[in-house]
Design a protein. Structure first.
Length: 223
């Protein structure tokens, strides 16, 4: 019998709880937004609020679809993915999941092109790495996810590759735990290889450890 990948187990646990909540929220929103929008058509300030609710429902539906696709083992469907929006979504998912003891930051550098990847699987991989790192932080800490284009000048054309760096820094000084933050990244490594990318675990220093993922630039328009 094939062993269950610990990374997949982690993502499955997170996805199960999140998707249950998302589905409950979306059921309420999608069931009432049209009625609300019609009722406030003559009140611009309330109509604007209704549009915000509709946008939130659309975002929730997209996140739910991406995570469900990964959890169900759907074959990857790579496309051109803008990292600014995806990392924002990752941050929004991680903050309530990791709790108040862990600060989550995401950023995208200047002139970072879209990457050619399955968006749901990239999101799941980053969630897995962040949760694995959180398990090595007894006293909390910081998780910073940054995307840059290392060979792209600020005022020039996009580079060939995109680098995503996930840095984890624990508040408590425990070198043994820090070194074990990313002890099992097989799921992420497999995903990166199938996406024609590269993954590197950087040597832990003090309370900090990091993972680097290099993905190819997309040659098509974002999906």
């Amino acid at each position: 019998m094939q062993d269950v990948n610990p990374g997949l187990a982690i993502v499955g646990q997170v996805a199960g709880g999140l998707l249950h909540d998302f589905n409950n929220i979306l059921t309420v929103i999608t069931g009432t937004i049209d009625i609300l929008a019609q009722a406030v058509e003559d009140r611009p300030e309330l109509a604007a609020v209704a549009r915000l609710i509709d946008e939130a429902a659309t975002r929730g539906a997209r996140l739910t679809s991406q995570l469900l696709s990964f959890a169900r083992g759907r074959p990857p469907r790579p496309c051109a993915v803008e990292l600014s929006e995806l990392l924002t979504d990752v941050g929004r998912l991680l903050r309530p999941t990791l709790g108040t003891e862990v600060e989550v930051m995401t950023s995208v550098g200047t002139n970072v092109p879209a990457v050619f990847v399955d968006p749901g699987q990239l999101m799941a991989a980053l969630l897995c790495l962040a949760i694995t790192a959180r398990n090595g932080m007894d006293g909390g800490g910081t998780i910073d996810i940054e995307a840059i284009s290392p060979d792209s000048p600020a005022d020039g054309p996009p580079g060939r590759d995109v680098l995503i760096v996930l840095r984890a820094s624990a508040h408590a000084a425990d070198s043994a735990q820090t070194a074990a933050m990313f002890h099992d990244v097989r799921m992420v490594e497999d995903f990166v290889k199938r996406s024609n990318g590269r993954l590197a675990l950087k040597e832990a220093h003090g309370q900090a450890a990091s993972v680097e993922i290099v993905l190819p630039r997309a040659e098509r328009d974002p999906c």
